[in-house]
Design a protein around this ligand. Structure first.
Ligand code: CUA
Length: 323
């Protein structure tokens, strides 16, 4: 009903109803306590008002029953809120393994998106119904925030960092996409839409033609993200050093993603997206054991698209290795 009155956005993802239920529970809890406190205030003011100058208050020095009540009830209520929200938080933070992947780049003032299968979009995201979709987000300039009210997801896109979000749409239709972080003059116009389609329609869309607007800066060429990454990897000459042979100047990248990498300083690091990104932009930050600091930085040479393509390509070199 609230949805029809325009007071709440449509519930179009698997987490929407739980999120809303928690929201209403918190509103209800606040309402009950506000009313209870205000009511008690008024009642006590009248009931225990000072009736004459000789009126003396009766002092109470502790009441075990009262103290137990005001400790146990709020404790129980906060534990309900804690378990409920922590549960939801874990769900929201853990994309399912079979999720479709979409790369999202925010820039002043548009959203650039690319499906792993290749298709690119601007300010629009097409997704199939009933399928988890994982977003990997970053920004080219300032902090933006990817907000789809109907899915109850909101995730910052931060320059120099990869963040993730996921959702599974439960209703076909078109939903608002907003930037929810003030990011400059045109922030209010950094909007778009998410189109949820039947799986067959989505497949047809995915195979369709890109519109000319997709002329995007310096990424690799190739149909899929992995192919574009491979092309860029070759074009930048990465394979000259990163080879699986003895005496190569750089470590081979096959199987690197998701593994523990031993570093020159004796530490180890898990090779995740952030480490791969750092190693491309600031190769000297964490040198792999047994190698020299000879790699140049690629800062300024690779666009954010290109960076995501490279990282996705390097990740693909570890597929089927149980990473
Ligand atoms: Cu981007 Cu606000």
């Amino acid at each position: 009903m609230l949805e029809r009155l325009g007071l709440m956005p449509a519930q179009a993802s698997t987490i929407a109803s739980t999120t809303d239920a928690l929201y209403w529970f918190l509103i209800g809890l606040s309402f009950v306590f506000s009313m209870g406190i205000a009511g008690a205030l008024v009642y006590f003011s009248v009931r225990y008002r000072r009736r004459s100058d000789a009126d003396q208050a009766t002092q109470i020095h502790g009441s075990l029953a009262l103290e137990l009540v005001w400790t146990i009830i709020p404790f129980g209520l906060t534990m309900i809120v804690f378990v409920w929200s922590a549960n939801l938080f874990v769900t929201i933070k853990r994309p399912p393994d079979d999720a479709l992947e979409v790369l999202v780049i925010g820039k002043q003032w548009m959203w650039k998106l690319q499906h792993l299968e290749g298709r690119r979009e601007i300010n629009e995201l097409h997704v199939p119904i009933g399928q988890a979709v994982k977003l990997t987000l970053t920004s080219e300039d300032v902090i933006h925030s990817f907000f789809v009210p109907a899915f109850r997801i909101k995730q910052d896109a931060v320059p120099g960092r990869y963040t993730t979000a996921w959702f599974e749409a439960t209703k076909t239709g078109t939903y608002h996409l907003f930037c929810a972080e003030y990011c400059g003059t045109e922030h209010a116009r950094m909007i778009g839409r998410v189109v949820v389609m039947e799986p067959a329609d989505f497949q047809a869309w995915l195979a369709g033609e890109e519109t000319p607007v997709q002329a995007m800066a310096v990424g690799g060429d190739g149909d899929t993200v992995v192919e574009a990454g491979a092309e860029l990897f070759a074009r930048l000459g990465c394979g000259t050093c990163h080879r699986d042979v003895r005496g190569a100047l750089g470590p081979t990248l096959a199987g690197v993603f998701g593994s523990d990498v031993r570093l020159q300083d004796g530490g180890t690091v898990v090779a995740d997206e952030a480490y791969l990104r750092e190693s491309i932009l600031d190769p000297r930050a964490r040198i792999v054991q047994g190698y020299q600091a000879v790699m140049p930085t690629f800062q300024g040479l690779v666009s954010e698209e290109g960076m995501l393509q490279l990282v996705t390509y390097i990740k693909s070199l570890s597929e089927g290795r149980g990473s």
